[in-house]
Design a protein around this ligand. Sequence first.
Ligand SMILES: [Zn+2]
Length: 414
Amino acid sequence: MKKHIFPAALILVVVLAGMGCRSNTDNKRDLIFVGIDALDWELMTPLLEQNLLPQFQRLIRMGASAKVNTNAEGGSAVYWTSIATGQHADKHGIHGFVTTDPSSGQLVPYTSDMRKSKAFWNILGDAGLAVGIVGWYISWPAEPVNGFMVSSYLGMKGEDQLTWKGTIYAESPGMVYPESLQADVDQIIRAAGKNFSDNLGLIVKSRALEEDTELILSTKESFLSDEIYIEAGLRLLQKERPRIFAVYLSGLDVIGHRYTHAASGVQLNYDRKYGMVQQNYYRYMDRVLGLFMKEMRPNSLFVVVSDHGLREGEHTNDGVFICAGPDIRRGHRASEAVNLTDVCPTLLYLLGFPVSADMDGRVFPGVAEPSYLQKNPIRFIPGYGQRENTAAAPQKSQFDEKIVERLKSLGYLK
Ligand SMILES: [Zn+2]
């Protein structure tokens, strides 16, 4: 094997360049981040009071919580990119779910290489922390990170090219980084495909699941995606133990849009036919939260974030932010709301890193103990730099076939 010899001067440059964004040396925290699309405070409140969400209750008591203010437009693809970068779309470059492919003139999903700004996993990975990111919006193709990424492809379907929530297909290029984890993830995808119906029976009445309708198809599709990302997330978190772990789950948003209605007559009919689907999905998310909370260590920051709320089929400005861990205020409910763009700088600060001045958000003041804030003044740097090799146009995917395959396996197409 050939040995690489680096000149001393180069090493010095690398060390100096790295010093600006070094963390506090005594900060050995790790992060477990659970992103849940459309989790809504107002809707959660009565469920918490009825003790139907014991894990959320436990996390709220352990930590600080606040409402999330969706201070952006353009939908969840934009919102989750703002959560990850601390910036709005004019800087991060993801302006919606889809963009025009200049070569064909067609609308196609944004791809991860079109994001111009570094996400927290790039910033922290570049600083030497191992990261593991699972199912994040607009993360296909999986980015080469200092750790692993299980990506999410935003499917499109039919002549009207409706977008779907992101999902993953077995044996597909670009889905997993590094490729050495592909076989593990493929196995999880196949196992989830076989088993998900039983679990879904706890959320939607089993008899209704036999229906051959768009409603049931999209329910199966989004539940299956959540099951895959939960299982892949848990297994890889246990196996790889990255310092920075994040998983994103989209099913609650789909369920909220499909099964809840402002008209009480319509709602009653749905409840009778399908069961209390939205409430059941909240309870499912609560069980999932418990599984990830089991992975907490004494030095873990544990964060739950949603991009917006959702009630009676409509997005609300009542998203959820909960953060627990060392030096985080216990049982505190902040009166101010967290902006989407505050999440990334707040995480960086709590992990001992400087905040970048080119982020649109700020360190949310309602989270850390006053003594921690006093001992650890917020540090700023001008920026963490742009990503290299970003693309102006989306990459082509080979997923149309996969989508059809999946619809067949869900029993929708013969
Ligand atoms: Zn939505």
